[in-house]
Design a protein around this ligand. Structure first.
Ligand SMILES: Cc1cc2nc3c(=O)[nH]c(=O)nc-3n(C[C@H](O)[C@H](O)[C@H](O)COP(=O)(O)OP(=O)(O)OC[C@H]3O[C@@H](n4cnc5c(N)ncnc54)[C@H](O)[C@@H]3O)c2cc1C
Length: 616
């Protein structure tokens, strides 16, 4: 077999059509440390299961979705594209429609990205039903050093410490504080201009408090570490409101109200199938020992395959998939059944993961917002140890305990140990010398971050409460999959947070910003009684956050595994490579994907390093 070129990584995103063995959908080529050239195969208007819609607009929508997914999987975004090539059948008839959808694809906020492009008119494509094909070339390159990097950087270029921590999300910060408490010297290097990673509070324009655009909920009993931190720093909790009716839309345009926590109106078959499958998930998850995962047949299929094999009805499938999208931002087709069962057990039970009540994962928020915890932790760090705007671009393990860590801005650190807290798929943005072992590299290339976005509708009053609505709406059709009342009455902050997740979220994502907002408002209005619909549109402010577009997150809440990975790599996730130790929420045994998991993983990584250095 010809050895692979180590500078070229080839991959096939799981949620798009899988190619023949002779080619791959995406190649990522390392040009220099941190700089990748991304090339895609021509994307066509065909669904993952091979269906080819007859209309040009449906095909074009699929093409741009696939391109988004290819770019995202490679850590790139639309703004990174340097060349587009379009092949169109029947240009004269299809050109206008194509241009409209192309503009949506290229527009982000007020700015339009206009890369060099070539349009080629063709008589036909490889399949007679294909009407267009689009390929892209992109470059992901290091950001130039910003002013704050220059201000925060120490005057000397090389600094020697016991430990370098990469990433200042909750996991990295917890690891850094434990290293500090052990009396070791350290530097914590963060790519962004802020700490907190996927936790972030946004102040409202009105000055009435904040909303969480990242993580929002914790539980005081089942998630003791994150709760203790919130209490330690004096933050106030807000118990999630569970009064009033919930609304569910099973069939498009047919919302149903039902009492909070009661069983919604659905066919007998749907309810029976749903409860049969939920019980099966709970039962099998309960048997799992999260600290020891032997090989299992559950890793041979996706959750979707399992559901279809059990012949459940379409609506029950959609209810279960909506739960999965809410938990992980991916569809049932993208997730190993074994991974899902382990994830459920990691958070206790499915019932508690879904619940807003006292044992539930959605039980409490913080008045000051979850981002405040990371900010408070950062204030406890030794002054001068935190380097913002410092994306790590290379890690060179020359010999044991002699490692050089370099940032994109050229800072260099020598360290005996390194703790890496960045999401697993982002490992490929760092050049490791020697390269990561193939098992670790496979994990970085194969675990997938979900599509997770929030649109937060801010109002002057909680108009839904007098209508006996809880603010909890669920749609099996999207684009919004579910909503929650995220108000903080003591700040007069009244909000409904809408979650756009999984493939329905991805489809919504390619609309223009104006159309995205309109789609959310129209959908929520469609679930409210006619005489109250106008209240939905009377927003004071609308805040939107798509985590897939964040260069240093690339999706949320936690990288997940497709079939075949957990059986082979369960232990590899947190396995040390030389002096590099790996933390981050996905490496946690308990509460993986959650803030609690991030803290627990940070503690584990710090403990490993402290013990190793004590023995040295
Ligand atoms: C919308 C949303 C809702 C969520 N809801 C909840 C919830 O209700 N409850 C809950 O418990 N959890 C929730 N989560 C998940 C929770 O936010 C995460 O599990 C947790 O914050 C992960 O922390 P982490 O430190 O492991 O990773 P991250 O927060 O991703 O931190 C990693 C850090 O590494 C940095 N980084 C990346 N690359 C580099 C590099 N090359 N060099 C230096 N730094 C780098 C990043 O900028 C980031 O700061 C939610 C997440 C999202 C996005």
């Amino acid at each position: 077999m010809t050895p692979q070129n180590p500078h070229i990584k080839l991959f096939n995103p799981p949620s798009i059509r899988q190619p023949r063995p002779s080619y791959s959908q995406v190649a990522s080529t390392t040009l220099s440390p941190g700089t990748q050239l991304i090339t895609t195969s021509g994307q066509v208007g065909q669904t993952e299961d091979g269906h080819i819609p007859s209309s040009f607009s449906e095909q074009a929508t699929l093409v741009f979705q696939s391109l988004h997914i290819c770019l995202h999987t490679a850590g790139a975004q639309v703004r990174d594209i340097i060349k587009l090539t379009y092949y169109l059948v029947d240009v004269s008839n299809n050109h206008a429609e194509f241009s409209g959808l192309l503009m949506q694809f290229l527009t982000d906020g007020d700015s339009v990205h206009s890369p060099p492009s070539t349009m080629i008119s063709v008589a036909a494509l490889a399949h007679p039903k294909w009407l267009l094909e689009v390929e892209a070339v992109a470059v992901v390159s290091p950001a130039p050093p910003s002013l704050s990097t220059l201000t925060l950087s120490p005057p000397q270029k090389v600094k020697s410490v016991d430990v370098v921590i990469v990433g200042a999300g909750l996991s990295g910060l917890q690891a850094a504080l434990d290293i500090q408490n052990a009396g070791l010297s350290f530097a914590i290097l963060e790519a962004r201009d802020r700490v907190g990673g996927k936790t972030l509070a946004r102040p409202l324009a009105s000055g009435k408090g904040v909303v969480d655009i990242g993580a929002a909920w914790l539980n005081d009993k089942t998630q003791p570490r994150i709760y203790e931190l919130a209490m330690k720093y004096g933050f106030e909790t807000v118990v999630q409101r569970t009064e009033g009716d919930q609304v569910i839309e099973i069939t498009p345009g047919e919302p149903h109200r039902y009492g909070f926590g009661q069983v919604p109106l659905a066919s007998k078959k749907t309810l029976e199938d749903f409860s049969r499958m939920q019980s099966k998930f709970e039962e099998e998850a309960a048997k799992i020992d999260i600290h020891h995962l032997p090989r299992s047949d559950f890793d041979n299929e996706t959750v979707a395959q399992f559901l279809l094999r059990n012949e459940i009805d379409e609506d029950a499938y959609k209810v279960i998939e909506t739960t999965i999208k809410g938990l992980l931002g991916v569809d049932a087709t993208e997730l190993s059944l074994y991974y899902y069962l382990d994830y459920i057990k990691s958070g206790g039970s499915l019932k508690d993961l879904e619940s807003d009540k006292s044992n539930g994962a959605q039980y409490m928020r913080l008045r000051q917002g979850m981002g405040s915890i990371a900010q408070a932790m950062a204030k406890d760090l030794t002054p001068g140890s935190l380097f913002l705007n410092s994306p790590v671009s290379s890690i060179n393990q020359m010999s044991p305990s002699h490692n050089t860590i370099t940032t994109q801005s050229g800072l260099q650190f020598h360290a005996k140990k390194i703790i890496i807290s960045i999401p697993t798929p982002l490992y490929r943005t760092i050049t490791f010398t020697p390269p990561l072992p193939s098992s670790k590299a496979t994990l970085a290339d194969s675990t997938t971050l979900g599509y997770y976005a929030k649109t937060i509708l801010i109002y002057s009053s909680p108009w839904w409460r007098p209508l006996n609505l809880s603010g909890s709406l669920t749609s099996l059709n999207g684009p919004v999959s579910f909503t929650r009342d995220t108000s903080v009455p003591s700040d007069s902050q009244f909000s409904l947070t809408c979650f756009l997740v999984g493939s329905t979220g991805r489809r919504w994502s390619i609309l223009s910003p104006i159309k995205r907002r309109q789609a959310v408002l129209d959908q929520i209005a469609g679930m409210i009684e006619e005489e109250h619909k106008r209240k939905v549109y009377e927003t004071e402010e609308i805040i939107e956050q798509e985590w897939i577009k964040e260069q240093w997150s690339q999706g949320a809440p936690c990288p997940v595994m497709e079939p075949g990975l957990l059986n082979r790599y369960a232990d590899v996730l947190r396995r040390r490579v030389g002096d590099c130790h790996f933390v981050g929420t996905e490496t946690a045994f308990e509460w993986k994907g959650y803030m609690e998991g991030a803290i627990l993983a940070g503690e584990r990584g710090a403990k490993e390093v402290i013990e190793k250095l004590a023995k040295a």
